[in-house]
Design a protein around this ligand. Structure first.
Ligand code: IMP
Length: 430
């Protein structure tokens, strides 16, 4: 079998879309397993730039089946828009499959997301969500009241559930201050999207397992990143799904035994959007330099990303939880031209040096990163196409990174274009 999981090792935005796009040249199926249209995976194909939110990043490789797995929360209206946009740009969308077990994001989930955030903001406690209804959709799933993809197949029953749930929302949340939903208008908006998505609904647990058992190279595409994981992230400043390798199994219906390789996508420095702990965040000119040079603005919301040095403590912990075999290091070129590059190798908490990532968000208020200064490199890395072509200090930086996090480097990316990527191993999909 060849089942490869690809996950983000930091706070999302590591450049997963690009790495998946590169890996899909060999993949025979690409599957999203969690999250929803809170993700924004940017793929540059020649002069064209695509930002994918729900559709797996394999879609730009003709003929590769692209599956939205059962662990994903799907907004049918947004999925229709994204698929139509791709189709209008000449991309073949016929290979898309949507799990009958996925949860659907309904209009009240989006209103609830906004309501929860504005209520929390009044107490200074907002998460900074993407306002796409992700958290409330997963909340309904766990509460066993969610509507699933397969229900689209029976529109009459669907409409009844929609009206019942919408009324329940209006009764429960509007008196508390949430926006009232005009159910007839909302149904009118939703119905064409349901009709559009219907032909793509499949029992994807079966199609994914069949592909894996037939020896097809299957790639499971994670969204967000380790520290946004609902269990392992900087709770409560997290998303509502399991973004880690474990989530790849529950979100597809593949057994953990099927996974043959784990790729961890890791940016050469660190970024985060939204609120929450970020030990190596920079508030000075260097932070601004990384944001400007790295184009660090959210692909989904356009928000400026918070920027900081590479955090080896966090990434070592992340590689352990995810069982990372190989790292795909992105945006190395953004560090070009610096005299010194700092790497965080420990945390000082209440005067004590710590080498593990703290579980409690409150531990971060007294945390001071312990840095090591590494010599930078003046040469550009943008045209390097092998490890040996990189400046010596860039090589040393990468070697140090790999040693600190206990994983091997498999891919290096030195720019946004497809060809600005090179592999250090012969067969990436093991
Ligand atoms: P939600 O997923 O919209 O509920 O947002 C929860 C947190 O996860 C917020 O801090 C978001 O900024 C963050 N987040 C969600 N999706 C992404 C992503 O794709 N990249 C980076 N951060 C994300």
């Amino acid at each position: 079998m060849s089942v490869n999981v690809l996950v983000g090792i930091q706070w999302g935005d590591e450049g997963k879309g690009k790495i998946i796009d590169v890996l899909t040249s060999a993949a025979e199926m690409v599957v999203r397993f969690q999250g929803g249209n809170n993700a924004g995976h940017t793929v540059e194909n020649g002069d064209e730039k695509h930002v994918l939110h729900l559709v797996p990043s394999g879609i730009l490789r003709p003929g590769v089946p692209c599956v939205i797995g059962n662990g994903v929360v799907v907004d049918p209206i947004e999925l229709k828009k994204e698929m139509e946009l791709l189709r209008d740009r000449g991309v073949d969308i016929s290979s898309i499959q949507v799990s009958s077990r996925c949860q659907l994001i309904m209009p009240w989930h989006k209103l609830l997301d906004a309501f929860n955030e504005s209520s929390a903001a009044k107490k200074g406690k907002k998460i900074g969500t993407t306002l796409r209804g992700i958290g409330p959709a997963y909340t309904y799933k766990v509460a066993r009241t969610g509507i699933r993809g397969g229900e689209i197949l029976n529109k009459e029953a669907f409409k009844q559930r929609f009206m019942e749930q919408g009324e329940a929302y209006n009764k429960l949340y509007v008196p508390a201050g949430a926006t009232e939903l005009d159910l007839e208008a909302a149904w009118k908006d939703l119905e064409p999207a349901l009709d559009f998505v219907k032909p793509y609904i499949r029992d994807t647990v079966v199609t994914i397992n069949e592909a894996a058992q037939a020896g097809k190279k299957v790639l499971l595409e994670g969204a967000q990143g380790m520290f946004l994981d609902i269990d392992h992230g900087t709770y409560p400043f997290v998303t509502s799904s399991n973004t880690t390798t474990g989530g790849a199994c529950t979100g597809t219906g593949l057994s953990p035994r099927a996974v043959t390789r784990v790729w961890g996508v890791i940016k050469a420095y660190t970024t985060r959007v939204g609120e929450g702990p970020f030990p190596t965040e920079l508030f000075d000119d260097m932070g601004e330099h990384l944001r400007t040079k790295g184009g660090e603005f959210g692909a989904t919301t356009g928000r400026p990303r918070r920027c900081g040095w590479f955090d080896a403590v966090a990434c070592r912990y992340s590689c352990m939880v995810n069982g990372v075999d190989y790292l795909a290091v992105t945006k190395l070129d953004v560090l070009d031209g610096l005299d010194t590059v700092k790497m965080c190798v420990g945390y000082k908490i209440n005067g004590e040096i710590v080498r593990d990532f703290p579980a409690e968000a409150c531990s971060f208020s007294d945390l001071e990163p312990v840095y090591e200064d590494l010599p930078g490199w003046k040469e550009s890395t943008e045209n390097a196409r092998s490890f040996e072509e990189l400046p010596v200090n860039a090589q040393k930086y990468l070697e140090r990174m790999a040693k600190e996090v206990n994983a091997k480097i498999g891919i290096i990316s030195v720019g946004p274009k497809r060809d600005q990527t090179f592999a250090l191993i012969p067969d990436c999909l093991g």
